[in-house]
Write a protein that binds this ligand. Structure first.
Ligand SMILES: O=C[C@H](O)[C@H](O)[C@H](O)COP(=O)(O)O
Length: 229
C-alpha cells in the first residue's frame, strides 16, 4: 500500500467513531480529506443522521458543504462530541505536533472544545520523540521580527514559512507561520509552557495530553490505540 492508501484506510475506519445525533469536529489535511469523503458518503446514505460539523479550515468546510454535511461555527455549538484530525508527528507518549498545513490554531480550539479527540495517521508519523518534524507556530505580523529574534536567542532555530513564490505563508487569521527546526524536543511540556507565555505567538503546534484515540495506518491494516486518556 502506498502512503495515500494508508491514509485512506484510516480515514474511512475513523468514521465508525462518529454517531448520529451529534456534533462532530472535522480536522484538516490530506488524511482528514478521506475521512470527510467517507462521512459524506455515510451521511448521504442515511447511515449517519442529524449531525452538525464544526470545521477547522476553509478547505474542510468547503469539502463538508459540497457533500451536504451541515456545518456550524464553533460559537454556535455548546460542545463538540468527537473530533477527528490528522497529525504531523506522534511520540511514544502520544503527544503530537500539528500545523504542517498551518491550521493548528483553529484545530487546537476545536480540539479543546471536544469531548473526544481522535487522530488518524499513516505509520510514518509515529516517532520515539517529537522534533524531527519542524514545530509550527502561528505569530501575529505586528512585531514578528522581535518574536523571531527571541526564538533565535532561545536556540529554537526559527524559520518563517514561505509559499512557492517566496512570500510568507498566511494563516486563516492572516498571521504568519514560523517553523522551529530544532531537531529533537526533549521536554515538550516545558517548551509548550514557554511558548504559551510569548505574547506574539498565537498558537504553537504542540498538542499535549489531548488525544484519546489514535488510528495508525499500517501495511496490514489500521491499528487502533484506544483509551489513551
Ligand atoms: O495544519 C494542518 C494539520 O495539523 C494537519 O492535520 C496535519 O498537518 C496532518 O496533515 P496530513 O494528514 O495532510 O499529513
Amino acid at each position: 500500500m502506498n502512503q495515500n492508501e494508508l491514509k485512506k484506510a484510516v480515514g474511512v475506519k475513523s468514521v465508525d467513531y462518529f454517531k448520529s445525533d451529534s456534533v462532530v469536529g472535522l480536522g484538516t489535511g490530506s488524511t482528514v480529506y478521506y475521512m470527510i469523503e467517507e462521512l459524506g458518503r455515510r451521511y448521504q446514505a442515511g447511515d449517519i443522521k442529524n449531525i452538525v460539523a464544526v470545521t477547522t479550515s476553509s478547505r474542510s468546510e468547503k469539502q463538508a458543504k459540497s457533500l451536504g454535511i451541515p456545518t456550524k461555527d464553533l460559537n454556535e455549538v455548546d460542545h463538540i462530541d468527537v473530533t477527528i484530525d490528522g497529525a504531523d508527528q506522534i511520540d511514544k507518549n502520544y503527544q503530537g505536533i500539528k500545523g504542517g498545513g498551518a491550521a493548528h490554531l483553529l484545530e487546537k480550539m476545536v480540539a479543546t472544545n471536544s469531548t473526544k479527540n481522535i487522530w488518524i495517521v499513516d505509520q510514518s508519523k509515529m516517532a520515539d520523540q517529537l522534533g524531527s518534524f519542524p514545530l509550527p507556530l502561528e505569530v501575529i505580523p505586528f512585531g514578528c521580527e522581535k518574536t523571531f529574534e527571541d526564538l533565535k536567542k532561545e536556540n529554537l532555530k526559527p524559520e518563517f514559512r514561505l509559499d512557492e513564490n517566496g512570500k510568507r505563508v498566511l494563516t486563516h487569521n492572516k498571521n504568519y507561520v514560523i517553523d522551529l527546526k530544532m531537531g529533537t524536543i526533549n521536554h515538550p511540556h516545558l517548551l509548550a509552557d514557554w511558548l504559551d507565555h510569548q505574547v506574539g505567538i498565537v498558537a504553537h503546534g504542540l498538542f499535549l495530553d489531548i488525544v484519546n484515540t489514535i488510528i495508525v495506518g499500517y501495511e496490514d491494516g489500521p491499528k487502533v490505540i484506544d483509551n489513551i486518556r
